[in-house]
Design a protein around this ligand. Structure first.
Ligand SMILES: Cc1ncc(COP(=O)(O)O)c(C=O)c1O
Length: 448
């Protein structure tokens, strides 16, 4: 039998969904929470590199990577070997109460990727838990409790992280009161800049609102513990914050003793061609959150801060599973692969792909903007380039059509196509994705 391991491009052998996939979807509908948001019926069975094979033997090219998680591709032999070795040796003791040799080893590797003062690490199970920890640390270190976040940003679904999330109302609706003392301000979204600024200059007015309105009418800055930002919005639509904006935000935070928190859960770990997206602007956030790509799919998150900030007392924060040895082993192998091969590949193939898509706003009537860094690329779909009216229905047609052609992608934001493949893809795979998307966009355009 041909398997995913024999191919690096899609191979569809049944109509979609196939009979086995139909059976699983039926059973899932019966037994699983209906809160999950499945856009199309891909039932994954095995994966290798950037290929995922479904339960009917169809092979898909994966440009979703489990929501930007499978950074080293599916089941990289070195990652699998590290997981298997560790699982046979020790699965769990709890890093909260005992020591593992590999924990500080991974912490040292990761903090060395961060600019500025030497950092310490806390390991979590997920991105949301990393954000929860960052909120607590910011409050603890500053002895203040207010937080500021940005519209469009997504920080997770636990109650603290959800209080900062302002991506879609469905994510908050029905859950009652969240954390008090949280204000949101607009994200510098240059394609939709109300003041007509460019990708380099958008956002000056937002900082003005922060200083002249929020800090004068709502919160005294001395009450503000932290400002959290995604340097590139993920769920919000792969929107890149201008460098000057991040630099100014840092200046304002420093001026008032506010913790600048970079949520790099989606944009970090080499996806942009640098370890962290904030490095493009040269800032040094006080707290950095990570997860997703950190362990190639094993559940691990982390947050990092200088020792002067992460100096809370034993017992003030902990977790049973966070930093589990098997996840750490996977992260050590992942980090090594990103460092030696895949970060550079993400930069090179990301540039190649962005270049391939660079004339799409001229080529297609419904492509409003193509943007991103490295292998974090967003294609914003609009009904009319002049009015920039969002076209979520056309975006959904593109995502669905791509699936039926063997390309697995996800949407982001209301009307953006997100490309977040494993960091190991090559030009041939990038070309396949670009050609397939061109066909899908043409299909969507014909529905205008
Ligand atoms: C930027 C960002 N922060 C936090 C989270 C939450 O991570 P998790 O789903 O692992 O809790 C996500 C998830 O999409 C994210 O993109």
């Amino acid at each position: 039998m041909i398997t995913a391991m024999d191919t690096k491009l899609p191979r569809l052998i049944t109509a979609l969904p196939g009979p086995n996939a139909r059976r699983v979807v039926e059973s899932d509908t019966k037994f699983m929470s209906p809160s999950y948001t499945r856009d199309y019926p891909l039932v994954a069975k095995r994966g290798y590199g950037a290929i995922v094979e479904d339960v009917d033997g169809n092979a898909f090219l994966d440009f979703a990577a489990g929501i930007a998680v499978c950074s080293t591709g599916h089941c990289h032999p070195k990652v699998v070997a590290a997981i298997q070795k560790q699982a046979a040796e020790l699965i769990h003791m709890s890093g909260t109460d005992f020591y593992y040799e590999s924990m500080p080893q991974l912490a040292e590797k990761l903090v060395n990727t961060l600019p500025g003062a030497p950092k310490k690490a806390f390991f979590t199970n997920s991105g949301a838990e990393a954000v929860e920890g960052a909120i607590k640390l910011a409050r603890y270190a500053t002895k203040r409790d207010k937080m500021i976040a940005f519209y469009g940003c997504f920080h997770g679904r636990t109650m603290g992280a959800l209080s900062l999330t302002a991506s879609k109302t469905t994510q908050r609706k029905g859950f009652g009161a969240l954390l008090s003392g949280v204000e949101h301000i607009p994200f510098p979204y240059s394609y939709r800049c109300a003041h007509g600024h460019t990708a380099e200059t958008c956002g000056a007015e937002i900082l003005e609102v922060l200083e002249q309105q929020i800090f004068k009418r709502l919160f005294d800055p001395e009450e503000v513990a932290g400002i959290i930002i995604e340097p590139i919005q993920g769920e919000g639509g792969y929107v890149v914050a201008p460098n000057f904006f991040l630099q100014e935000l840092q200046r304002i935070c420093r001026k008032h003793g506010i913790m600048l928190i970079a949520d790099e859960v989606q944009s970090g770990m080499g996806r942009t061609g640098k370890w962290w997206a904030h490095q493009f602007s040269g800032i040094e956030p006080d707290i950095v959150c990570s997860a997703k790509g950190i362990a190639s799919g094993m559940p691990l998150g982390a947050f990092f801060a200088p020792a002067s900030i992460m100096n809370w007392k034993p017992g003030s924060h902990g977790t049973t599973f966070g930093g589990n040895p098997v996840c750490i082993a996977s992260a050590l192998a992942t980090t090594e692969l990103i460092e030696t091969e895949y970060m550079e590949n993400a930069r090179r193939v990301g540039d190649y792909l962005l270049n391939r898509l660079s004339d799409w706003t001229q080529k297609f009537k419904i492509v409003g903007e193509v943007r991103g860094r490295g292998l974090m690329i967003g294609i914003e779909i609009v009904r009319d380039q002049r009015t920039k009216e969002r076209a979520p229905d056309l975006r959904n047609i593109i995502v669905d059509a791509a699936f039926h052609k063997g390309l697995c992608i996800l949407g982001a934001g209301e009307n953006t196509v997100r490309l977040s493949p494993p960091l190991l893809i090559d030009e041939e795979q990038a070309d396949f994705a670009a050609n397939t998307l061109e066909a899908c966009i043409r299909e969507a355009e014909s529905k205008l």
